[in-house]
Design a protein around this ligand. Structure first.
Ligand SMILES: [Zn+2]
Length: 437
């Protein structure tokens, strides 16, 4: 990949050539990822790493996540043209804090506040939630092996293909229906079921929360054998009933999950959560302590720089049921879906309610040009389709093509032009952060 025009340490002294840097990014082969041949992550990763020998794709591996950023668990490296030198983005930022802009340095120190990812999901991810800052600090202190950093991790998923997820708890009305599912009822305390049935819509969400918490905790902490029995009975009953009636969408989903994670408590827990289907271009954001599980599809994801996940179902990984059940907000109802705000003809901006990040999606038809105005913080650009040129105020342009990832310094205006059509995503610090501060 020939991106950065500079090829030596001189750039450390030369501010101008600091402005755009090509990045080589890390990949994660989690077992829920799409098989190599179908995975957008695999495709982008192989184009991103170009001729690097270490980056040969392994056809037998799933390719789940591409990480673009400075997190130590999946670092990105600065590309120095014609050099074997590999410097992590993190260490380069420490040497060149000016590229982050003073407001970002003041707030977050000499590091990127966000982590940018691409996800190719073949099989459901664990039912999880991310701690708020206070809980993250406590968990990190208590179990640094499991909770690797002390940061919170709000996140946003922007669908590239149709993208399915479980997210947040269902409404009271739906919850009452869930409590008619025999395999759910057998795992919970009967008194909790009765309490829910007595609540009316007028009582409001606050009254539901403590009982919902007890019910969900009953399910999640039920013994392995009881759960396996319930999941088994659920599967046979639904198979039988599917002969004589159309199963609901949730029931069909539950059968899919059961195939992926037989005997797992997450199959039953799915009844309690909203099943969300995002069309390409729609986004879902998740605040602290909201339960969710991505089910399938491909998305662009952005989050605060953290890898803190509390898991409790649909996973072979470490489960922390107690922490999960006690941390959740138990907020009910469908999540808000973002469709982006058009900034101009070609760029849509997605602004979640978190100060660390926002995402721009740019779809540029053949032979067009678009300007990304200078912003006071750093950006990362990812090209997912097509090719073109990226230019700053300096006359030298950067040819860009599918799989290229570029770090752009604060206060740099970027012009992008397309050869054939070009799709790119930009993430940066939330524009509201600069407005408010
Ligand atoms: Zn998550």
């Amino acid at each position: 990949m020939e991106l950065a025009p500079s090829n030596s340490n001189q750039q450390h002294e030369n501010n101008n050539s600091n402005k755009v840097q090509g990045l080589h990014c890390s990949v994660k082969n989690y077992e829920w990822g799409k098989p190599c041949r179908d995975s957008l992550v695999a495709k982008l990763f192989s184009m991103n790493s170009g001729s690097l020998q270490s980056s040969q794709l392994d056809e037998d591996q799933p390719y789940a996540e591409l990480w673009m950023g400075s997190h130590v668990s999946g670092p990105s490296f600065i590309v120095f043209d014609g050099s074997q030198q590999r410097v992590t983005l993190k260490s380069w930022l420490l040497e060149n804090p000016n590229v982050l802009g003073p407001k970002v340095v003041e707030k977050w120190g000499g590091d990127l506040p966000f982590l940018f990812k691409v996800l190719s999901v073949d099989k459901a991810l664990s039912i999880q939630a991310h701690p708020d800052k206070e809980l993250a600090r406590t968990l990190h202190k208590l179990h640094p092996d499991v909770y690797k950093d002390g940061n919170h991790k709000p996140e946003m998923a922007l669908a590239v293909t149709e993208f399915e997820a479980l997210c947040g708890f269902v409404t009271l009305k739906e919850l009452k229906a869930v409590l008619t599912v025999p395999e759910v009822v057998e795992l919970v305390v009967a008194e909790n079921v009765n309490s829910v049935l007595q609540i009316t819509d007028e009582d409001g969400e606050e009254k539901v929360k403590p009982i919902l918490k007890s019910l969900f905790t009953d399910i999640m902490s039920a013994g392995k054998e009881r759960v396996a029995g319930a999941v088994d009975r659920l599967r046979s009953r639904l198979h039988k009933e599917s002969q004589v009636r159309q199963l609901t969408e949730k029931e069909q989903l539950v059968l899919r999950l059961e195939k992926q994670y037989p005997s797992d408590v997450g199959v039953i827990a799915a009844f309690f959560l909203n099943h969300v289907k995002l069309a390409p271009g729609e986004a879902l954001f998740l605040g602290a302590n909201e339960p969710h599980a991505y089910i399938c599809g491909e998305c662009i994801e952005c989050m605060a720089t953290s890898d803190n996940v509390v898991r409790a179902g649909l996973t072979p990984k470490h489960r922390d049921v107690q922490t999960l059940c006690s941390m959740l907000t138990y907020k009910q109802g469908s999540p808000e879906i973002l469709r982006g705000v058009p900034i101009n003809q070609y760029v849509n901006k997605y602004i979640p309610p978190f100060e660390e990040f926002e995402i721009d999606c740019c779809i540029l038809p053949q032979g067009e040009k678009v300007v990304f105005p200078a912003v006071p913080g750093p950006s990362i650009f990812l090209v997912t389709v097509g090719e073109g040129m990226m230019t700053t105020e300096s006359p030298k342009g950067y040819p860009i093509t599918e799989g290229h990832v570029l770090f752009v310094a604060a206060n740099t205006e970027i012009t992008v032009s397309s050869a054939p059509q070009l799709h790119l995503f930009r993430t940066g610090v939330n524009s509201r952060f600069f407005q408010d501060s």
